[in-house]
Design a protein around this ligand. Structure first.
Ligand code: PNS
Length: 164
């Protein structure tokens, strides 16, 4: 039986922390669906298409990874794809309560869906998309925190790219 896991998120934008989680998750499953959530209540910095393009640069040609977007419930999307595992990162205690609630709700909505929490590399535990957005917004360097394609897109978005 092929084990299919989903790594869902906003990925606005994807960071090196997300990349680290993708690598770790791939070791636990046969196929991994990295799924960008479409949330009509959020006003993202990057469109879903842009975020999928960033992720494509990040994952390259890995045949076991599929990139997707979804709207509605993760539990429904998982069952439509035959996925039985949700992968999420746990960076600090502050992540725990929200993740715990979501895992319980997802399993209630889809009893075949288990959540698995992975801890990122220790030097990435402080990293989040919102911190990256804020640093980039005020012209701070995000080098090493995101893929170069993302760093370039942030610089263009915030008008801080250097035209040579
Ligand atoms: O990267 P994020 O913003 O922490 O990801 C949160 C996400 C997208 C995984 C979560 O909000 C989600 O699964 N949204 C889809 C709707 C849903 O199923 N919510 C949880 C159960 S009500």
């Amino acid at each position: 039986m092929t084990r299919i896991a989903i790594y869902p998120g906003s990925f606005d934008p994807p960071t090196r922390g997300h990349e680290d989680l993708i690598r770790r998750a791939l070791a636990l499953t046969d196929r991994l669906i990295v799924a960008v959530a479409i949330n009509p209540n959020k006003n993202p910095l990057f469109s879903v298409e842009e975020r999928l393009t960033f992720l494509q640069h990040i994952v390259g040609n890995e045949p076991r990874i599929e990139l997707a977007s979804f709207s509605g419930l993760l539990a429904d999307f998982a069952s439509s794809r035959g996925a039985t595992m949700v992968v999420r990162g746990l960076r600090a205690v502050s992540d725990f309560e929200y993740e715990f609630q979501m895992a319980i709700m997802n399993r209630r909505l889809n009893p075949g869906l288990e959540s698995v929490f992975l801890v990122p590399a220790v030097d990435l535990t402080y990293l989040s998309s919102s911190l990256v957005r804020e640093a980039a917004h005020f012209g701070g360097s995000v080098e090493g925190l995101v893929h170069p394609v993302v760093a370039q897109a942030l610089a263009v978005r915030f008008g801080t790219d250097v035209v040579s």
